[in-house]
Write a protein that binds this ligand. Structure first.
Ligand SMILES: Cc1ncc(COP(=O)(O)O)c(C=O)c1O
Length: 384
């Protein structure tokens, strides 16, 4: 049987990983500035994470949500503490799309309304509502098309005000990434997020903070939306939550009430996934990784800004992007194949950096050195 060929892959086979390094089948070491798409939060194969999963595996890996699962409660408590939102409620699922799907559905149940405001360049996942709220027509199948989603320009306060003024009574939710990832590292301004909070309050709509990529400490705060100093009603999470073990979830404000059967999942919240997620939070706390992400990110950002060839360097914490000029078009591939460094991208010309929050200063310096070398080689080649 063949695999369904949907991924444009790099011809590399990774067989080992530790911290911020991975190794291929030939033993070649790569520096991972991509974290498998922002997933690796505490570092590949962190010993505490490995041990926690192993220990849980020996006891019980899975039983469905039809019995008491105390480790879910343990996870909820720890997540409340580390995120600074102890009064929120937790619903667990398996991925980012599923988290957003449940968030949107819950907002609709809660308000009894259908319309959702989303923004240009957003990415919320590939399930039916999440993809409908995603600004990429090529991944929306005809069956996913709906006129319930209203797309507005990102950070455009006037457009948002106008939309609420005309359609406020029908709006169930506003969904927004605190920092757009797939869209190319675009930061939602603090005043825009404050305005969303205010307009949702004024019109009885639900503010959904998609924190699948920008959450879990990556931005230097637990949720990047926290920079605005206001709370969302629902936070969706996934990627960094399990450090590679598949788990997602939503944090739900106390005023939104649950009803039996309203949401549900077979695999979500299984014992093994909860053990992985608990291990991640324990390491984030013990190693103070949110502060590390903030400091290391600032250091990296400042150094990148000093490289003339890179344009529009931006980001928060360890979620950083820069525009690559046309003259350096092959930079990402060059970094990977000539210098053994994984980076991310956003079309058409953005390199995205999403390393583990535990990346060391030495590794950041190693990346900067290599990046400068790769740029110098590309420039020299052009001049030759
Ligand atoms: C902001 C955001 N939301 C949702 C998703 C979807 O997550 P998943 O691929 O786990 O379904 C992604 C994935 O890249 C994302 O970046």
């Amino acid at each position: 049987m063949k695999l369904f060929d949907v991924y444009p892959i790099n011809d590399i086979t990774i067989t080992k990983a530790q911290g911020s390094y991975v190794w291929d089948e030939n033993g070649v070491q790569y520096l991972d500035m991509y974290g498998g798409h922002a997933v690796i939060s505490i570092g590949h194969t962190h010993p505490h994470w490995v041990r926690r999963i192993e220990e849980q595996l020996e006891k019980i890996a899975f039983y469905s949500n039809s019995i008491n699962i105390p480790i879910q409660q343990e996870l909820a408590k720890k997540l409340g503490e580390v995120s600074g939102k102890p009064d929120y409620q937790l619903f667990l699922c398996n991925s980012g799309a599923e988290a957003n799907e449940n968030a949107l559905k819950l907002a609709s149940f809660h308000t009894g309304r259908k319309k959702v405001i989303a923004f240009d360049k957003s990415f919320h996942g590939r399930t039916s509502l999440a993809v409908a709220a995603t600004d990429n027509k090529t991944i929306v199948a005809p069956v996913n098309e709906t006129d319930n989603i209203i797309f507005l320009p990102f950070n455009d306060e006037k457009a948002l005000q106008k939309c609420f003024a005309t359609e406020g009574k029908e709006i169930a939710a506003v969904i927004i990434e605190g920092i757009q990832g797939v869209g190319g590292i675009n930061i939602a301004s603090d005043s825009f997020l404050k305005l969303i909070r205010q307009l949702c309050d004024d019109h009885g709509a639900v503010y959904i903070a998609d924190s699948v990529q920008c959450g879990y400490g990556r931005s230097g705060m637990f949720f990047s939306h926290d920079y605005a100093g206001v709370n969302a009603d629902i936070y969706s999470m996934a990627k960094g939550m399990g450090n590679g073990f598949p788990i997602g979830g939503i944090l739900i404000a106390p005023h939104i009430h649950a009803k039996h059967g309203m949401l549900g999942t077979t695999f979500g919240g299984n014992q093994l996934a909860c053990a992985a997620a608990l291990a991640v939070l324990e390491v984030i706390e013990k190693e103070q990784l949110i502060d590390v992400a903030k400091q290391r990110g600032q250091y990296l950002l400042n150094r990148l800004k000093a490289i003339d060839e890179l344009k529009n360097v931006r980001g928060r914490g360890l979620m950083i992007g820069f525009d690559v000029p046309e003259s350096l078009k092959g930079l990402k591939k060059k970094l990977l194949f000539d210098f053994n460094v994984f980076t991310g991208e956003a079309k058409p010309n953005v390199i995205r950096l999403l390393p583990s929050l535990a990346i060391s200063r030495k590794q950041v310096d190693e990346f900067l050195e290599v990046l400068k070398e790769a740029i110098a080689e590309s420039v020299a080649k052009q001049e030759a």
